[in-house]
Design a protein around this ligand. Sequence first.
Ligand code: MD6
Ligand code: FE
Length: 197
Amino acid sequence: MQYYPQKLDREAQVALLDALRRIMAVAPLYTPTMPRSGRPMSVHMTNCGPLGWITDKDGGYRYQATHPVTGNPWPPMPQMLLDLWDEVADYPFPPEACLVNYYAGAAKMGLHQDRDEEDFAAPVLSVSLGATGIFRVGGRSRKDPTRKFELKSGDVFMLDGEDRLAFHGIDRILAGTSDLLPEGGRINLTLRRVTKP
Ligand code: MD6
Ligand code: FE
């Protein structure tokens, strides 16, 4: 895994947030539900790029080209994210999906692996904006010991190589740790290659 603290300076964070506001205006955040149980997740989601990661009661975890609520294609990925991938990810093809997660107040994300992609040779690249998130990352077994990182606004984190399938999650958000988002909370973006080139 690779951690790039403060990879994006304030100016870049503001520019990225501006691009995301325009994305969320046409592809609104929605509340995804868990497979089988249909329980709502505490994190709200949307996507940009040719594909988006979604989950619902009957279809389970998958990628699709359209927003599940509006039925429209996902908006394009901002150029600055494509540039970041080119710079950081050691992978010769562009990302196809950017999952946008919004954590308000008490939202969190349980330990999980990102394994709905066809090609685990491609990394998953994460960008954090807004309040600090307590990120926990372990090994390929759920029982492996975990380390904690405080992901702050502007931090970039990559799961690649040996760690591509490491279990990871967000324990909680530290309210009031950033003034980037006037509404508070945390945005996390994850860039993924979905199909095998
Ligand atoms: C989050 N991140 O930071 C959740 N996945 O809110 C992830 O689930 C994640 O940070 C794959 C690679 C890096 C990540
Ligand atoms: Fe993940």
